[in-house]
Design a binder for this molecule. Structure first.
Ligand SMILES: [Zn+2]
Length: 194
C-alpha cells in the first residue's frame, strides 16, 4: 500500500497524481485541513479572493474531494491548522503521532521534499523523516509547483517565479498560505518563495 502525505488540500493531486490513479492501493492523508473559527483576516485567503476563510476551507476540502474522486479515492483529513491560521508553534510532534496511527504497517509513504521550505511542507517532511527513523519506508516527492520556482540565496541563483508558479485566484492551482505576493505574482514568505 502507498500512503501519500499531502501538507495541504491539493499537494497530493498536484505532485503525485501518477501515484493516485490506476486502481492502486493508495491512501491520501491531508495534514493541514483545519478551519479557523471565524472568517478572519488571513492574508493568503484574501490574496486569493476569499472573503470568508471558513467558507474558503470548505471550498478547498470539497475541491480536493472532487479531484481525488476522479481516481476513486477519498482523503483522510487530519485537521491541523495551516500556517496562516496558526497563532504560533509548529505541531510536528502531534503530526508524527497522528501519522503513526494512520499509516499501516508495511506501507510505502510518500512525503513532500519541502523544496521551497514552506513551513507546512517542512513539518510534514520532518514528521515523515522521524517515522523513517522508526523503520517506516519513506520516499520524498518533489512538491509542485514549488519545485518549479527558482530560488536565489543558494549559490547566488536567480529568485524568480516560473511560468507555472502560483497565481492569484486560479482555481485548480496551488492555493496555500505561507508567503506574500511577489511583483511577478508568486507568493513569497520571509524572503522565500513558497
Ligand atoms: Zn502545499
Amino acid at each position: 500500500m502507498n500512503v501519500v502525505l499531502s501538507p495541504h488540500l491539493d499537494d497530493a493531486v498536484l505532485s503525485c497524481w501518477h501515484l493516485l490513479g490506476g486502481g492502486r492501493d493508495v491512501s491520501v492523508v491531508n495534514v493541514f485541513t483545519g478551519s479557523p473559527d471565524s472568517p478572519g483576516d488571513y492574508w493568503w485567503d484574501q490574496l486569493t479572493g476569499a472573503t470568508d476563510s471558513v467558507v474558503r476551507m470548505r471550498e478547498r476540502i470539497d475541491e480536493d474531494r472532487q479531484a481525488l474522486s476522479l481516481a476513486g479515492l477519498r482523503p483522510v483529513n487530519l485537521g491541523f491548522l495551516d500556517h496562516q491560521y496558526r497563532p504560533d508553534g509548529e505541531p510536528t510532534a502531534a503530526v508524527v503521532e497522528r501519522l503513526r496511527a494512520q499509516i499501516p504497517a508495511g506501507a510505502t509513504v510518500y512525503a513532500p521534499a519541502a523544496l521551497s521550505e514552506h513551513p507546512d511542507h517542512m513539518i510534514v517532511r520532518s514528521a515523515a523523516l522521524e517515522l523513517a527513523g522508526e523503520g517506516f519506508d519513506v520516499r520524498l516527492y518533489a512538491d509542485l509547483p514549488h519545485d518549479s520556482i527558482k530560488l536565489e540565496g543558494r549559490g547566488g541563483r536567480d529568485r524568480s517565479v516560473g511560468a507555472s508558479g502560483p497565481r492569484q485566484g486560479a482555481r485548480g492551482q496551488e492555493r496555500e498560505s505561507g508567503g506574500e505576493e511577489t511583483p511577478a505574482g508568486g507568493p513569497r514568505h520571509g524572503g522565500m518563495i513558497r
